[in-house]
Design a protein around this ligand. Structure first.
Ligand SMILES: Nc1ncnc2c1ncn2[C@@H]1O[C@H](COP(=O)(O)OP(=O)(O)OP(=O)(O)O)[C@@H](O)[C@H]1O
Ligand SMILES: [Mg+2]
Length: 343
């Protein structure tokens, strides 16, 4: 009897103990700005997004990358409520996009790929109209519009007809629209698409400044832009999430991280054999011979290893001349190519 009571009490304690991690997980889920679970989108027979699962924490600036047709816009449209998912769930600021769409939308601002604007409206008039559509009323409309005009540098153009704006200013109007209501999350689909380098820089600075107070998901094909402003990268290819990490971790873990390029003269077979006998080396690739009898080899080794010292010692031990040794530092572009290549 006593044993049974003891077991029951242990069971109860265990149950109580189990409750806390569950609560903690729930709290963590609430702390996430975006939670995407097994999201799926099918158009007819074509699957555009397959089983996408990821989360984005408050304050993160996420670069959403992928080749043309990878599923970026489709995923963003599902998050913003423009497209219903075929399967799976997602939440914004803890609100389910299907069950609580209004609350979810209230927490996000969306700048679509091709910003749809009314050309015959003036900038301020358009933004006031958009503010009212978003449920902002009374004095708050003027306040909000004034604030977004100021944030997006639209003051000199506030009275201009939208049809007369340059592409860069049109993008700014799109950003200002997304900012109305000061949402926690900004979803920006290629905000610098089609802009000249100066305009790209201006929009980038604007996004960077917005990121100080907002969580941002930014889709772009300009990888240097992502390296400059994003602290997280999600790569999607053929509808599948291929990577989800910080730019630093992605480049560090890349196969190319262990790649060393060497140019030397002397007996090629000896050097290749001795290099391949070295533990972290996986393969030595012999490139086409260079003029003047120089050999060019690429040493592929375990990620995170540096084979330069050992390689230099091997070549020096035979007194072969060496004119170049270089460790390849992978960039986000290398990560992108590695994750999305078709071979
Ligand atoms: N409404 C639709 N009906 C049928 N197919 C669609 C529809 N919308 C998108 N697709 C297809 O889904 C795939 C993903 O498209 P999506 O626009 O999400 O790509 P993306 O990653 O945003 O590409 P890009 O870099 O070119 O903007 C594409 O093959 C596209 O043709
Ligand atoms: Mg797109």
């Amino acid at each position: 009897m006593r044993n049974a009571e003891f077991s029951a009490s242990v069971c109860q304690q265990t149950r109580i103990r189990l409750k806390w991690p569950e609560k903690l997980l729930k709290c963590l889920a609430l702390m996430s700005m975006v939670t995407v679970e097994h999201l799926h989108k099918v158009f007819g027979r074509f699957t555009a997004v397959k089983d996408a699962t990821f989360s984005i924490e408050k304050g993160e600036i996420v670069g959403f990358l992928g080749p043309n047709g990878a599923g970026k816009t489709t995923t963003m449209k599902m998050l913003t409520g423009y497209l219903p998912p075929t399967a799976g769930t997602a939440s914004i600021a803890g609100y389910d996009i299907i069950d609580q769409p209004l609350e979810a939308r209230r927490h996000l601002g969306y700048m679509p790929e091709n910003v749809p604007l009314y050309d015959d409206m003036r900038v301020m008039q358009y933004l006031e109209y958009r503010a009212m559509l978003k449920g902002i009323c009374g004095k708050a409309v003027r306040q909000q519009v004034g604030w977004v005009i100021d944030r997006c540098g639209l003051e000199p153009k506030r009275k201009n007809l939208i049809s007369t704006l340059s592409k860069g200013y049109r993008q700014r109007v799109g950003l200002a629209d997304a900012l109305l209501g000061d949402p926690d999350l900004l979803i920006l689909d290629e905000p610098t698409n089609g802009l000249d380098p100066n305009q790209i820089r201006q929009i980038r600075e604007l996004v960077r400044s917005l990121a100080e107070e907002h969580t941002v998901i930014l889709s772009t094909h300009i990888l240097s832009e992502v390296e400059m402003i994003c602290n997280k990268v999600i790569i999607i290819d053929q509808g599948q999430i291929k990577a989800n990490d910080t730019p630093g971790n992605l480049t560090r873990n890349l196969r190319a991280a262990g790649r060393v390029s060497i140019e030397f003269k002397g007996d090629l077979d000896t050097v290749v054999r001795e290099l391949e006998a070295f533990e972290p080396v996986k393969k030595v690739i012999v490139e086409a011979p260079l003029p003047g009898g120089w050999h060019h080899v690429i040493v592929r080794a375990e990620p995170g290893t540096d084979t330069r010292e050992k390689a230099a010692a091997i070549i020096a031990s035979h007194q072969f001349p060496m004119r170049h040794i270089y460790r390849h530092i992978p960039s986000l572009e290398d990560v992108f190519v590695e994750m999305t290549r078709k071979d």
